[in-house]
Ligand binder design. Sequence first.
Ligand code: FES
Ligand code: FES
Length: 390
Amino acid sequence: MDATISFTLNGRTVTVRSDPSRTLLEVLRNDLGLTGTKQGCDLEGECGACTVLLEGVPVRSCLTPLGKVQGRSVLTVEGLGDPERLHPVQKAFADAGAVQCGYCTPGMIMGAAALLMRNPNPSRAEIVDALEGNLCRCTGYAKIVAAVELAAARMRGEAAEAAAPGEKVIGGDSLRVDVAERVTGRTRYVEDIPMPDALHMRVVRSPHFHARVVALNADKALQVPGVLRVLTAADIPGQNSLEGYSKDETVLVPVGGTVKMVGDAVALVVATTPEAAQAGAEAVEVGYDPLPVALDPQEALSPNAVSIHADGNVLSTFAVAHGDADEALAASDVRVDTTYRTSYLEHATLEREAALGYIDEAGRITVVSGTHEPHWHRDFVAPVLGLEPS
Ligand code: FES
Ligand code: FES
């Protein structure tokens, strides 16, 4: 049931009429438009990107119910400083080069600011301890710790400089040109871009490693308030594949087709809110006929392995050659033959994978996403929609 909640936000009183069990993160971002506070995990308290100060104490806003802030004071990265008047911690992060993608930065800065409010001269171990719950995918943390030390020194009145202030790199300045926006939470990432009346989509995914899809019923999903459409493979106007990216992979697995991993997409639910889209995705009924699996790479490579893909289980082969191995072995005093194994590491950004699509004034379909390969995306999306890439 909705309630009226009043609290002080960045020095001003705000009043919100909402369900008090909603997260503070959701209310800050979606209701109050303060997108400087980030979401990097599934609201599990794992990443620290959503850190704000509640009565001066750092809290995970994704784990803080709105009702808990009634009558209290909340400080977000937007309230700490602005591009013209950076807080010393924001300035130090910029000067020390502690910002790369910047997605973890607001949470890091709020955690660091809280530390320096209660301890103006923290040891390196105390800085690490204070920020250990804040994940950064880019920096390797060393520059973040250096930035906090720099801020602490400056806040104590010492004339401290970053290790390589304004270092010149091939005629340029190593300071990021957009760093003031990143350290103050002004940078817009995909999920921060406001789009009035945007619809939201969630994907229905396979819970099976390998199975044939034998039925798909969207009736219950379509009864969820706010759900507008459930799209399946039959709705794809162009080609149902990601040619050139991965072999034998559909965009949506059709009824009669096979899912080849947990997470394969079988349907898309479009709704007026993220919550309705999620509820709709959970209501789609998919029938699966489980098939034999190969869960280990060695097993999948064996001649008798079940073939997950139509023409075998090998996606690609690489040969790595460096130097003259025979010569090096012949000249070695000791030779050890062994096999080394390591798990596969998939790089993951702290910014969640998201895409925003719209049709612009000229009638062009435009997709915004965090990516290094915009041209690949264009070349994948256009054929699926039955369009020529522009
Ligand atoms: S979004 Fe709150 S800890 Fe990750
Ligand atoms: S700069 Fe920390 S996640 Fe990118």
